[in-house]
Design a protein around this ligand. Structure first.
Ligand code: AMP
Ligand code: FES
Ligand code: ZN
Length: 303
């Protein structure tokens, strides 16, 4: 780890990663060992490594996998699910909830995207909205205190770069390792790996013997976040630790109240259909979108 001027052997590295996660969990008061945590697992290295680390640290961590029905010529969703199945099979007694979007809402993400204005050309927006809704719902219904995702430093630095570049001050005010529960019944959102480089989480997965899906979502190709990651990678190459410094400097500024004026509370309303928070009157964006999809698909089915 050039940024820490630290070189570790396998066994010390396998201890170091959980120690780093534990520090972040404590420092940002993410959750305690008395609380139940829901880990959103995609089948990728970060979220599976996170679940493994939380279990090793003795947290009450259950998994949630959302089946998106994405094929992309590589059977992306099926292959992801399979990796998670293997992970669970190797750890008897752990609990995984699976929500298959097509089964529950009537269409896979790509089909839904074709049948709504929001998804035209790129299903990522439909996908993000759906994942967020399902994660909130399962965390709320299951009475979880926190919802943990596998976002790493590279993810967070890229989002930060995007938000800064576009001066999205409202987003900057809310970006952080912990997003407090903003609404009754919602779990707080936490990112215990936010200070770990992607190559560190990948190395951990590899050394801990966790098999994961190497492919990115086929729809991610060309996403701005990937471009931002490339830009930051160049900075990092010339100045090891640049990403970490960028992110930690931001967190300190945020802590010092630099973005406080932007933090004005947006009044949150409750969606009459699903009960989740929304900033608009009436149905939330998720319910409106899926109503549109179901109406269109229903129409096709009756033709
Ligand atoms: P991404 O938005 O794909 O970069 O994923 C960010 C985080 O969201 C991952 O680290 C997981 O914690 C979670 N996640 C992504 N896809 C899924 C999925 N299909 N099911 C459950 N959690 C997911
Ligand atoms: Fe959702 Fe790619 S469109 S993961
Ligand atoms: Zn709703």
């Amino acid at each position: 780890m050039r940024q820490h001027k630290l070189a570790l052997c396998k066994s010390h590295f396998l201890d170091w990663i959980p120690e780093q996660a534990e520090r972040a969990i404590q420092k940002y008061r993410m959750f305690t060992r008395d609380e139940r945590v829901l880990v959103a697992v995609s089948g990728g290295k970060d979220s599976l490594a996170l679940w493994d680390v939380l279990l090793k640290l003795g947290y009450q961590a259950d998994g949630l996998y959302i089946g998106l029905g994405i094929d992309g010529g590589i059977g992306y969703s099926d292959a992801s699910h399979e990796k998670i199945r293997q992970f669970v099979a190797a750890r008897p007694g752990i609990s995984l909830e699976v929500v298959d979007v097509e089964q529950v809402y009537g269409a896979s993400i790509p089909v839904a995207a074709e049948n709504t204005q929001r998804g035209k050309g790129r299903p990522c927006s439909v996908c993000g909205l759906t994942k967020r809704h399902v994660m909130n719902r399962v965390a709320r219904d299951g009475g979880y205190a926190a919802l943990a995702t596998g976002h790493n430093l590279d993810d967070e630095a890229a989002v930060l770069f995007g938000n800064t570049f576009n001066w999205q001050v409202g987003y900057l005010a809310r970006q952080g390792p912990v997003l407090p529960a903003s609404h009754e019944g919602l779990a707080r959102k936490v990112k215990p790996f936010c200070r770990l480089y992607e190559r560190e989480t990948a190395a951990y997965a590899l050394l801990a013997g966790i098999d994961y899906i190497y492919d990115e979502c086929p729809y991610a190709v060309g996403a701005t976040s990937i471009y931002h990651k490339e830009v930051l990678a160049r900075l990092e190459e010339e100045r090891p630790g640049a990403k970490l410094q960028f992110y930690l400097g931001f967190l300190r500024a945020r802590e010092a109240g630099v973005f406080q004026t932007a933090q004005e509370e947006v009044a949150l309303l409750t969606c009459p259909t699903c009960g989740q928070p929304t900033t608009v009157e009436g149905q939330c964006a998720f319910c409106r979108m899926w109503d549109q999809v179901q109406a269109r698909i229903g129409m096709v089915a009756t033709l």
